[in-house]
Design a protein around this ligand. Sequence first.
Ligand code: NAP
Length: 280
Amino acid sequence: MIRLAVIGDPIEHSLSPAVHGAALDRLGVEYEYKKVHVRPEELGEFVKTAKREGLDGFNLTMPHKVNILPYLSRIDDEARYYSAVNTVCIRNGELHGFNTDGIGYELALGRMGKKFSGSRLVVLGAGGAAAAVIAAAIRGGAESISVACRTAAHAEKICDRDLGDTKIKICGFSDTEIAAECECAEVLINATPLGMEGVSHSFDGFDFIDALPGDALVSDLIYKPKKTALLTEAENRGLKIQNGLDMLIFQAIAADERYLDRQLDMQDLYNTVIDAVGDR
Ligand code: NAP
């Protein structure tokens, strides 16, 4: 029996128990996977309880991905590269940190016939999810990444790394500024909460979508609702669209590989999980 959890604040909306549950059922692994509401000031207490109760590991969502770092005995190269952790394995009472968000997004992109290598991306937002996507894209050899955001300092911080051959441009969040970046983009990625269930703010307008080439992909990291206003507008203009569910599923399967310490059949498990949670 493997004992796992997902922690966050808020956590009620999380699909992680259903996603991991479907994958672990398919693998025939006996498991317990619970959702735990952990506020920022409760993280230390949660870590103590997790060790005491013999938890084998846990996934982390907002706002714990960076705050967990001081509690780790070991951090793998991937998580070090992202300076954030979304998966913790507890082995012999020690916490080992991993990050599967980047690989999760890369595999999701692959399902749409796209890859980072040589690609031109526009990323909206400069928070934790944007950081993971941008880091993975730089490592994957993206040609250029335009980061459109309201706080330039946040974008500067997440792009402050070895860029290799990738060109980075930081711009404002107005319709006109985003449109200018969209003109030769292959993938537009929304990494802001705009359009998410329960979030009242939305985009000021969607004219920037008109600037995208006809074969561009519009990718929204949000998975609730399944089709955000951004995706609906993009689809109405004949563009390819993808919501955040594929990323969620792939990062979860990659996390299960860390928990079980073995390689898994990503495609088979993706098919199983999408059948189980695709309608939610
Ligand atoms: P975060 O760290 O809070 O970052 C949010 C970003 O959005 C920040 O850059 C913020 O700007 C920007 N933003 C927020 N409100 C805005 C507004 N009104 N106008 C312009 N920009 C605004 O959040 P996160 O963890 O990156 O999550 C972002 C989204 O990705 C969420 O919807 C989350 O559900 C989704 N997500 C999906 C997955 C998945 O597996 N599919 C994984 C992680 C996250 P400032 O920099 O100015 O604060």
